[in-house]
Design a protein around this ligand. Structure first.
Ligand code: HEM
Length: 121
């Protein structure tokens, strides 16, 4: 379809109520994964890196339509979609055994983490 992003929501979409327990569970899982991805990258364990990346993306997908406690809902969804897209680019790099591409994706996720916390936390 020529669409290289997770589909954006249209303005008529309804946002879900914030589930704080789920957000914190997803975030705590997130917190373990960048270390795992970096170790996997260092060991050229592309399967392990890809698995950790999809684990992160999967968690974030579950919370992407929540109304954040702080910040705009549409921005929240957009930030999380960019996060998921970046994880998917990292997985693509794993398929190519492309260490530079994988490291670039990791750096992107770290930057999105900072942006996300600054804006919504
Ligand atoms: C590598 C990526 C990320 C990591 C490692 C991470 C890690 C964490 C951790 C450890 C917490 C505290 C959880 C707790 O209270 O036990 C947290 C909270 C939070 N994070 Fe993240 N985060 C990441 C990305 C993001 C992104 C992209 C967003 C938003 C778009 C975000 C939004 C939040 C919010 C809103 C909270 C507060 C949750 C609450 O108490 O209601 N985080 N994060």
């Amino acid at each position: 379809m020529g669409c290289n992003r997770v589909q954006a929501k249209d303005s008529a979409s309804v946002f879900a109520e914030y589930n704080r327990d789920l957000v914190r569970q997803v975030m705590r899982n997130n917190a373990m994964l960048p270390g795992k991805i970096k170790t996997a990258a260092k060991n050229k364990d592309f399967y392990g890196a890809a698995f950790a990346l999809i684990d992160m993306a999967h968690g974030m997908y579950k919370i992407k339509d929540f109304t954040p406690r702080k910040g705009y809902p549409s921005r929240w969804t957009d930030a999380i979609e960019r996060f998921i897209d970046t994880a998917l680019m990292g997985i693509g790099a794993c398929g190519e055994k492309d260490i530079d591409g994988l490291n670039k994706a990791i750096a992107g996720l770290v930057a999105l983490n900072r942006e996300g916390h600054r804006t919504f936390r």
